[in-house]
Design a protein around this ligand. Structure first.
Ligand code: PXP
Length: 255
């Protein structure tokens, strides 16, 4: 690894749409939120158009594509419908995720070992359209290896188990993430991470040098209710930069 690269912040705006959909009205508007997130220091906008359209709507994605200057990371289930939409909207990155109707949020990573054929077929169509593919997987060596074999540009490591654990178990989960990040990086994958990250738990993940992008939603949108979205994004951006600077210093003193 050539030094410690900066870590990008992808801001997931799904829950701006969740508030709007609670009343099925026109505010708050995720596209307006994207502009504020950009001012706050976001490097990317992440949105998940779910099959049940519980938050982000098709028109959000279309407008987002036209208005924001930031790269768009479209999280999507591996379905014909979502593939058709991605091929039409042309996000910068398609992040393939598992999707179950009854779940509150994405539970667990996409099983690319068990769904190899289906994922390969979807990736082929996305790649043919020039859309980079990220696979949202659990931090398991077998999943990382298959993601590399499939030719993904990136993996996004599911940080949910790390986020939900405490003390010794959290240290174990952090080591799992570190090992998967090192393996992914060695196999030539760009390594991202996300899910359940908060202002309290993000620094240790942001310190893993092989992880170059974090996608964070709920915690930022929750904080935005108190301090405003631009400020909430800036605070998260600052935490990531601080963690990264420390990792860089540590890597130099190790030499
Ligand atoms: N990354 C992926 C692939 C996700 O599915 C989600 C949730 O939509 C996130 C990141 C953001 O998770 P959170 O809202 O818990 O920060």
């Amino acid at each position: 690894m050539g030094g410690v690269l900066p870590v990008r912040l992808g801001v997931n705006l799904d829950h701006v749409a969740t508030v709007r959909q609670a009343r099925k009205t026109t505010e708050p508007n995720p596209v307006q939120a994207a502009l504020l997130a950009e001012l706050g220091g976001a490097d990317q906008i992440t949105i998940h158009l779910r099959e049940d359209r519980r938050h982000i709507q098709d028109y959000d994605l279309e407008l987002m594509r036209r208005v924001t200057q930031l790269p768009i990371n479209q999280e999507m289930g591996v379905t014909e419908e979502m593939l058709g939409i991605a091929l039409r909207i042309h996000p910068n990155v398609a992040c393939l995720v598992p999707e179950k109707r009854a779940e509150v949020t994405t539970e667990g990573g996409l099983d690319v070992v068990g769904n190899r054929e289906r994922v390969a077929h979807a990736m082929e169509r996305l790649h043919a359209a020039g859309i980079a593919v990220s696979l949202f997987i659990d931090p398991e060596p077998a999943q990382v290896r298959v993601a590399a074999e499939l030719g993904a540009e990136a993996i996004e490591l599911h940080t949910g188990e790390y986020a939900n654990s405490r003390d010794a178990e959290q240290a174990t989960q952090l080591h799992r993430l570190e090992a998967a990040a090192v393996l992914g990086n060695d196999l030539g994958l760009e390594v991202h991470a996300g899910h359940g990250l908060t202002y309290q738990n993000v620094s240790r993940v942001a310190s893993i040098p092989q992880i170059v992008e974090l996608n964070i939603g709920h915690s930022i949108i929750a904080r935005a209710l108190y301090v405003g979205l631009r400020q909430a994004v800036t605070e998260m951006r600052t935490l990531l930069t601080e963690a990264r600077n420390e990792a860089r210093l540590n890597s130099l003193s190790d030499k």
